[in-house]
Design a protein. Structure first.
Length: 599
């Protein structure tokens, strides 16, 4: 097809050359040429590109080459690509897929995927982790990635080059753009592979100039969209990635490891921070409450100057599992019940009655004759978020956040009950669910700025969560300071949370000491405070070397017992009076060397 432009500022010879060039190009090449010309013109004009970044001559393509190989053929071709690209001035990183960190994909600029197919259409062994990651819900959006795939196979097999096809399809679905189309090679792959390498490197070399084109309006809009600030009032709807049971079979507890995506939120956190989670009430409890009140579940109520159905208001916006004294007092005024009024005369009696009960108990025990749905909603407080210590380091997991959740279930007053957030997270989240979240910073529970400083971590049960983030962070930072963990729970076989990770860190040397206390594995109950006392000399020596102490978990029993054990150690090993030992510990607190996150 010849293009005729009577007013074009081109000579007939130039126009013919342009037509000849365009006739030999495919659609994707024409698209690339458009960007190239834009960049070329910007370079001639100069100012826009010069202000935005380096000159065209300084533009560099960064290519990551990933290979999945069972017999070595694909690895050899990947090496050929790397050498060709380097000779063309392209910055290249060559990776065995087994050694590549999948989360780095979102940071890549240009990517080459070379893979064989193993068995019945399966990835080669060293490609399995990357393959599974890309096909999981953890895979990030890859709109900024440009790639191509070379697939090696054998056409005598049913699933010829299936792994390469799968990689290509999945990268496209994640938003990546193919630089040149995928090439599938049979057993005589040499010629096709060489042609693919030449075309791919040629396209990348040309892109070193086209990449200097000014950003498009759509790119600017995308950047604007990601500037939205998410906080307690404006939580981010975060996709659920993983919901894994940590407790072993036979445990009396149910502890879950939950991974959540923060991709696109811009949310940042540090080890020691907490994740705020806005939960949903149990729909069964909501239904029972509405039935007990005799209301229409679909009736409209006013909620924060907006109209909502009663069911939605109770499910998402109002607290119904926790009774507060102010609510009971308001209810007593409306109920005009002699029994309830008499109960209200004793603070201790009210406190005892409230324990283990919820709003449904109040409604059933002391029904109101005259109250409508709007009036009832106005009596209830807002459903508050629940805070969970973050169990991951963002340096290690990028745009994810991990939490450790103990599911609360109990029977009280002849009814099965559960924690609002913990049972919602454990029982009622679909695989494609989103969770409203925000980051709750904790300035008073932070790793020392000095990576050489020793740290002592005391975290029984789910209190161990922030220390997982501490270890991930120190590992990523290459911190050389010694690390000591005291962990406790009921049974070694069923309740050693994150056991594999702790033992791996112990083996690598990152975790210097690991002391555990499993209270139910012997006749006499042993807790972390007992293990601390057993190590009194070493703990005192660590304190003398500048160690920071962190305690996380139960505020009612564990934290006071640990505090008492530390005072005794300081008193005995430091030859101090109890008063002086207490002051020593207080000074550690002032110096941010004794930090607690207890609840």
């Amino acid at each position: 097809m010849n293009i005729r432009l009577p007013n074009a500022p081109l000579t007939d010879e130039q126009l013919q050359q342009l037509n000849n060039l365009l006739q030999g190009l495919e659609g994707w090449q024409v698209d690339w040429l458009s960007g190239y010309l834009s960049g070329y013109r910007a370079a001639q004009v100069g100012t826009a590109v010069m202000e935005a970044g380096p000159s065209l001559a300084e533009q560099a393509i960064k290519l990551t080459v990933l290979y999945g190989s069972q017999t070595g053929n694909t690895e050899a071709v990947a090496g050929q690509l790397a050498e060709k690209a380097k000779a063309s001035g392209i910055e290249v990183k060559l990776w065995d897929m087994a050694e590549y960190k999948p989360r780095e994909l979102k940071n890549e600029q240009y990517l080459a995927v070379l893979t064989s197919t193993h068995g019945e259409g399966e990835p080669p062994d060293n490609a399995m982790d990357l393959y599974e990651f890309l096909n999981s819900r953890k895979a990030p959006g890859l709109k900024g990635l440009h790639y191509s795939v070379l697939s090696l196979g054998d056409s005598s097999y049913e699933f010829f080059c299936q792994t390469g096809k799968d990689f290509d399809e999945r990268l496209q679905k994640l938003g990546a753009t193919a630089v040149i189309p995928r090439v599938d090679c049979d057993v005589d792959y040499d010629d096709l592979a060489e042609k693919w390498i030449a075309e791919f490197v040629g396209a990348l070399t040309s892109s070193m100039q086209a990449s200097a084109a000014p950003p498009s309006a759509s790119a600017a809009m995308s950047q604007l969209e990601t500037s939205v600030q998410y906080d307690r009032k404006h939580p981010f709807s975060a996709p659920l990635l993983e919901n894994q049971l940590l407790s072993g079979r036979g445990s009396s507890k149910e502890v879950r490891h939950i991974e959540i995506s923060l991709e696109g939120s811009g949310l940042q956190y540090e080890p020691g921070d907490a994740l705020g989670v806005y939960p949903q009430n149990d729909p069964a409890l909501v239904s029972m409450l509405i039935d007990a009140l005799g209301f229409d579940a679909d009736s409209s109520v006013e909620l924060d100057e907006q109209q909502e159905t009663l069911t939605n208001a109770l499910m998402h916006h109002r607290e119904i599992t926790v009774l507060t004294r102010p609510l009971v007092e308001k209810w007593a005024e409306l109920a005009q019940s002699d029994e309830l009024n008499k109960l209200m005369e004793s603070k201790a009696a009210v406190t005892e009655w409230i324990r283990g009960r919820d709003v449904l108990d109040l409604v059933q025990s002391y029904p109101l004759a005259d109250i409508d749905a709007n009036g009832f909603i106005k009596l209830l407080r807002k459903l508050p978020p629940r805070l969970y210590s973050i169990a991951s380091s963002q340096a290690a997991v990028d745009e994810e956040v991990h939490i450790t959740v103990a599911t609360v279930r109990y029977n009280a007053h002849n009814r099965e009950r559960g924690g609002v957030a913990s049972t919602w997270l454990a029982d009622r989240l679909a695989e494609d669910a989103t969770i409203p979240v925000y980051i709750d910073p904790n300035k008073n529970f932070k790793l020392p700025a000095d990576d050489n400083a020793p740290i002592i971590m005391i975290g029984p049960g789910t209190g161990v969560a922030p220390f997982r983030s501490f270890m991930q962070e120190r590992e990523e930072r290459g911190a050389r300071g010694p690390n000591w963990l005291f962990f406790g729970d009921q049974h070694f076989l069923t309740d050693f949370l994150y056991q594999t990770e702790w033992l791996a860190w112990r083996k690598s040397g990152l975790l210097t000491h690991l002391d555990v206390a499993f209270s139910r594995d012997q006749t006499e109950k042993i807790y972390v405070q007992h293990r601390i006392r057993e190590k009194s000399i070493e703990i005192w020596n660590w304190l003398q070397d500048g160690a920071h102490i962190y305690v996380c978990g139960d505020a009612d029993n564990m934290a006071p017992d640990v505090n008492e054990a530390l005072i005794d150690i300081i008193s005995q090993q430091g030859n101090k009076s109890r008063e002086d030992a207490t002051e020593y510990l207080r000074q550690l607190t002032r110096d941010k060397r004794y930090q607690r996150d207890v609840y």
